[in-house]
Write a protein that binds this ligand. Structure first.
Ligand code: SF4
Length: 266
């Protein structure tokens, strides 16, 4: 029995009563641990097909056009995985990111649902904190993130039972895995098909399939988020140094990049 077949069997064996309980109890921790044990050696292709079989049409894919995201977009296209692809336009992204979105829409005919910040909410924080509030203080930065990213993300995931993410083990410090309970969004399932890939594997896939990628990586960026809050990395800097570098406390203790990795990632 393949590991995927075993994971399907375990999924189907979930107690039905649990599924109708409180949002936070859609999944239990032991169920998630079991799924992660079963799927940790599965190929991303198998994980995506498992996700489609179990969650489509309530399966979504959050695509911010990072290197990981374009790999997943390409994989899903190759496999014909049915999922709503959505993109959060914070309004402050790099031109390179917008160019890449257009490339995928025009050349590859991808349907991409775009979510933007709530107009009133955005006007409110801009009036209160100024148009560049991120550098003012941590609270102003978090309010900006809430209005431009978190609230639209919650709207985008409304109605979903599961969503696909490009999260990789290299970039998280908390224990996650191929699947995780997304407690921020009602306890739905977050699925990370390339969780165990390293940067080299991601780049190898992009090169092998010659897929368009975000040119910010060629400039040394490790993260392709908002323009005011992300900068290129230099040798010896951690991935965290490239984002919100003016804040003292970092939310994540992310890996330090060696020079070769800076050039590979960037
Ligand atoms: Fe605002 Fe920066 Fe957060 Fe983007 S990353 S939403 S610009 S604070």
């Amino acid at each position: 029995m393949s590991s995927m077949t075993k994971s399907m069997a375990r999924y189907d064996a979930r107690p039905k009563a649990k599924q109708s309980e409180l949002y936070e109890e859609r999944w239990t921790v032991p169920q998630i641990e079991n799924l992660n044990d079963l799927m940790c050696h599965d190929r991303p292709e198998d994980i995506l097909l498992w996700a489609e079989e179990n969650f489509s049409p309530k399966l979504k894919f959050s695509c911010q056009f990072s290197m990981e995201d374009v790999v997943l977009l390409h994989l899903m296209h190759r496999l014909g995985v049915q999922a709503e692809v959505f993109f959060l336009d914070t309004g402050r992204l790099h031109q390179e990111t917008y160019d890449l979105v257009e490339t995928y829409r025009e050349q590859f005919h991808f349907d991409i649902n775009v979510y933007t910040p709530d107009t009133q909410g955005l006007a409110g924080i801009l009036s209160k904190n100024g148009v560049n509030p991120f550098y003012r203080n941590r609270q102003a930065r978090q309010e900006c993130c809430f209005v431009r990213k978190m609230e639209p993300m919650a709207r985008a995931l409304d109605g979903a039972d599961a969503w696909v993410s490009g999260q990789r083990q290299e970039y998280v410090t908390n224990a996650t895995g191929v699947v995780a309970i997304d407690s921020l969004h009602g306890g739905i399932l977050q699925i990370n098909p390339i969780y165990y890939w390293d940067s080299a594997a991601v780049w190898e896939y992009v090169r092998q399939h010659q897929i368009p990628y975000n040119r910010l990586y060629d400039q040394g960026f490790a993260s392709v988020g908002c323009s005011p809050c992300n900068r290129p990395l230099h040798e010896g800097e951690s991935v965290a140094d490239g984002t919100w570098w003016w804040e003292d406390a970092k939310e994540n203790d992310l890996p330090v990049l060696k020079n070769s990795e800076v050039h590979r990632v960037g």
